[in-house]
Design a protein around this ligand. Sequence first.
Ligand code: BGC
Length: 464
Amino acid sequence: MDAPIQQEVAAAHPKAAIVTTCILAALAGLMFGLDIGVISGATQFIQAEFKVRDHMIEWIVSSMMAGAAIGALGAGWMSASLGRKRSLIFAGIVFIAGSLFCAVAWSPAILIVARLVLGVAIGVATFTAPLYLAEVAPEKIRGAMISTYQLMITTGILLAFLSDTAFSASGNWRWMLGIIAAPGVLFLIGLFFLPDSPRWLLMRGRREDAQIVLAKLRGDEAVVKKEIAAIDEQLKTKQHGWSMFKENANFRRSVGLGVLLQAVQQFTGMNVVMYYAPRIFKDMGYDTHAQMWFTAAVGLTNVLATLIAFAFVDRLGRKPILYAGFTIMAVGLGVVGTMMGLGINSRGEQFFTVGMLLVFIVGFAMSAGPLIWTLCSEVQPLKGRDFGIAASTFTNWVTNMIVGATFLSLLSGIGNAQTFWLYAALNALFIFVTFFLVPETKGVTLEQIEHNLMSGKPLRKIGQ
Ligand code: BGC
C-alpha cells in the first residue's frame, strides 16, 4: 500500500472517527424526528392566528410529507452524483432555511410552501443518511448503527413535543417551528467534519481518496485492503433497478412488498397521533396545558418502547413481533374509539382512554416503527437495492401524507369513534398481511433471501 495511506493508518484514531460517524447518525435521525413532531403542538395556535379551517391545517401538516416525497425521489440521483456528504450538506442547509421560513410565514399559503421546502430536506436526508451510515460503519456495528438511527427519530419527536410544550404557554408557534433550525446548524457543522463515503469515492474512481478515508476509519492496513476489495467486488454488480423492474417479475414482487410494507406502516395510524395528539386529547376533554403534557408522554412512550424492539428483534424474529404489534395497536385504537363513542365523562375514563392511546404507541414503536425499515432493506436483491429502497421510502412519505391530510376530515366526516375504529380494523387486517406476505428474515443472509426470491418462492417463504 502507498506511503500516504500508511501514514494515515499510523495516525488514525478509528474509535474517534466512528464516534463522530455515530453522532452524525444521531443528528440525521433527530432531524427526521423533529420534523415529524414539531407541527403537532403548533396547529392550534396557527389556526387561531390565521383563522383557518381544519382542511387548511391538514395541508399545512401534510405539505411537509409532499416535500419529503419529492426529496426522496431526487435523493438517489443526488447522492450518486454529488456524493452522500454533499447531499447531506444540501439537506442541512435546506432544513435550516425551511425552518426559518416556517417561522416567518405570513400567510397559510406561505406556511404550506415553507413546510414543503423543509420536507425536501428531510426526504433527501432520510434516503442519504442510512445509506452513508451503512457505507462507513464497520461490519460489526452496522446493525446497531441503523437501530440507533431509529431511536434518534423517536428522540427527535420527543424533543419537538417537549419544546412545543415549553412554547405553548406563550402560544408562540413561530418559535416552535423556528427553533429546530438550531439543531439543524449543529448537524450542518458536524457534516463538514465527516469523510466522504469510501464506496462513493470508489464509484467515482477516486481510489486513493477512498483508501485514505478507510485508513482513518479503520486504522488497520489489512482491514482497509479487505474492504476495498469487497467494495470493488460489489461495484461489479451494477445497479439496474429500472430495467430489472420492467423485465423481472420476481423483482417486481420484492419492490411491491417494500411498497406495501411502508403503506402498512403508515396506515397503522401512528402519524395521526404524531401530528394531531393535542387535538385528540382535546376531544377527550383536556385543556391546552394537559394536552401538551400528554403529547410529551406519547413522545416518551415512543422512545422507550423502541428499545423493546431492539431487545427482541434478533431473538424472536420479525413476524412474531409484528403480530404482537398489530394486535396491540388494533386493541388500543379499538378501545379508544369505543370510549369516544360512549362519551368520556369522568376523570377515570379520561385517564383510561389516554392509557389505551399509549398502548397503541407501544404497539407501533416495538414493531412496525423499526421493523418495516429493516425489512424493506432486507428483501431487495443487490442489483435493484437502490431502486427498491427508493420506491418504498417514497411510498412511506406519500402514504404518510395521505394519513396526515385526511385525519381531521375523517373526524368531522365519519366521527371520532368511527375514525379510530377504521384504523383499528386496518391494524387487524395487517395481521393477515403479515401472515400471508411477510417473510421471516431473522438470521438469514441477504444472499439467501435474494436466491429464494429469484427462484420464485412465495414472498412469505423467501427467508427460509
Ligand atoms: C415512521 C415515521 C413515524 C415514526 C414514529 C418511523 O418509523 O416511518 O413515519 O413518524 O416512526 O416514531
